[in-house]
Design a protein around this ligand. Structure first.
Ligand code: C2O
Ligand code: CU
Length: 519
């Protein structure tokens, strides 16, 4: 059964025109007038992006698939093109990507594609109903935009908790004037996996928020009752022990590490018992592009016997730093250089605080495959947090006082699962209700103030902000419990953009806001 939550249901039904309409100035008196994501200002901004004029066209079919995760593990899930991760997409900076999404998902499941980290034109961002109508089952939608900034990105749906299915793929924008020198590249995608093994992401969400699941009824007419916590749609104790992880803690994450119990942690779609293998030559320099596509797990990553030289985070270059291990939150990306040793080495992704690992293997010589449970010593070695990194010179934003400061207070608790921003649970049925307003041209500072007892990776669409005090350019940043992180950006991409925790279950519960340009 697909237990459907409130937001996916809305996207699947007719209520969705409203977001787009509201954006065109249809609000209650006194409400701010917002710039429409499909209006002339977005089109103007898009025209001003210089592109190469080259177009890369491809098709992405979202459909049910039985995925072979290795080691005899088969998972019935949803994926692009029947594989996980989906086939890597590569463009060169300035090229236009023209990607036709075909929705072959079951029943009335609507979907979309969000191009995570890409600063693209506002009507291509893939957030129904804000930036486009949902792509209904059986229909198609073509995304077409200039991929202007080189870097490591990925794509996933922006409907309900579909991001915790197999619907993701790496998107690499190459730099035609690449300043780094290296011999080869390896894209490494990390993911926490349960779909089709212990249940579905919708069932997981229903155990956390039984009141929000099965909202089909609430939204299809007054004669149907709102499901109660004891209705069959909500799950009993067995589900909550199956899906919930109690007591996952991590000093690096300031306490509670995650809420969801995953039977597997995948590296490039494989379980550790039957890992993905990168074969290379000893002495060669390899650029690893590491992407955390997980929903509720931060990974501590290390390559046994190697140091990692951090060169980029979230697509943008940083002053190089050498470390043994890196902590990567959901939605974050790190590029590192390694000089390969001679032998066979485990690339291990430790599910931070969850006492479980994913693994892939680097092979340059003979030797047996590492044990699936191996934990290289580097996992406990030196590391660096994003706040300790520095933006590379070419990508630093100019020093300037902010024209506007938004305080973005992260609120809620694990017990009630009432994750929110500024005390408001975001509602996709009424996305423009309480926007964080900005005006084009403003220098904006966001102060993330974490008033909860849990960490949250905060992601902004359409922009790559900079961490305060010369920090790196990023689009997803870990905000530890009871702490504050300030980021700033120039409001140079008109539209309506989501700002949310990249924990799929937190954002679905409501830790999300709309950052909207005023008309
Ligand atoms: Cu990776 Cu709003 O998403
Ligand atoms: Cu969160």
């Amino acid at each position: 059964m697909n237990s459907i939550n409130r937001r996916s249901v809305l996207a699947g039904l007719g209520a969705v025109g409203t977001g787009l309409l509201a954006a065109c100035g249809n609000e209650a008196p006194g409400a701010p007038s917002l710039l429409s994501p499909s209006g002339s200002q977005v089109a103007r901004a898009a025209r001003s992006r210089s592109g190469t004029g080259r177009v890369q066209s491809l098709n992405l079919t979202a459909a049910p698939a039985t995925l072979d995760l290795g080691g005899g593990v088969l998972a019935k899930s949803w994926a692009f093109g029947g594989r996980v991760p989906g086939k890597e997409i590569r463009t060169s900076a300035g090229d236009t990507l023209s990607a036709e999404l075909s929705n072959q998902l079951p029943g009335t499941t609507a979907t979309s594609i969000h191009w995570h980290g890409i600063s693209l034109r506002g009507d291509m961002d893939g957030v129904p109903p804000v930036t486009q109508p949902p792509v209904r089952a059986g229909s198609n939608f073509t995304y077409r935009f200039v991929t202007n900034a080189p870097g490591t990105y990925f794509l996933h749906p922006h409907v309900g908790v579909q991001v915790d299915r197999g619907l993701y793929a790496p998107l690499i924008v190459e730099d035609p004037r690449e300043p780094l020198s290296y011999d080869d590249e390896w894209v490494v995608v990390l993911d926490d996996w349960l779909d089709g093994v212990t249940g579905t992401p919708d069932e997981v969400f229903a155990t956390f928020r039984p009141d929000m699941s099965g909202m089909t009824m609430r939204n299809s007419g007054p004669e149907r009752a709102r499901p109660s916590r004891s209705s069959p749609a909500s799950s009993g104790d067995s589900d909550s022990t199956r899906f919930r992880l109690i007591g996952a803690t991590s000093p690096l994450l300031g306490g509670d590490a995650g809420d969801v119990n995953y039977p597997y942690h995948l590296v490039n779609g494989r379980v550790p018992a039957d890992p993905a293998v990168y074969t290379g030559k000893s002495g060669k320099r390899v650029r690893l592009r590491i992407i955390n596509a997980g929903a509720d797990t931060a990974y501590r990553v290390a390559l046994g016997g190697h140091k990692l030289t951090v060169t980029h985070t979230d697509g943008f270059p940083v002053v190089h730093r050498q470390v043994d291990t890196l902590l990567i939150a959901m939605g974050e990306r790190y590029d590192v250089l390694v000089t390969l040793g001679d032998g066979v080495f485990p690339l291990v992704a430790l599910a931070e605080g969850k006492d479980a690992t994913g693994m892939a293997v680097v092979r340059t010589g003979s030797g047996s495959t590492p044990e699936p449970t191996v934990r290289p010593a580097e996992l406990d070695g030196s590391t660096v947090t994003a706040a300790q990194l520095r933006a590379a010179e070419g990508v630093q934003l100019q020093a300037k006082d902010p024209d506007l400061v938004h305080r973005v207070k992260l609120t809620g608790s694990m017990g009630r699962y009432d994750w929110a921003i500024n005390g408001r649970e975001f509602d996709m049925a009424d996305p423009t209700a309480n926007p964080l307003l900005v005006q084009e041209g403003q220098r904006v500072r966001l102060d993330f103030v974490n008033a909860t007892n849990m960490w949250h990776p905060m992601h902004l669409h359409g922009h790559t902000y900079q961490l305060d005090d010369g920090g790196p350019r990023k689009d997803t940043t870990i905000v530890l419990p009871r702490s504050k992180v300030s980021v700033f950006f120039d409001a140079d991409n008109p539209g309506q953009w989501m700002l949310h925790c990249h924990n799929a279950y937190h954002s679905e519960a409501g830790m999300m806001a709309l950052l909207a340009y005023g008309a």
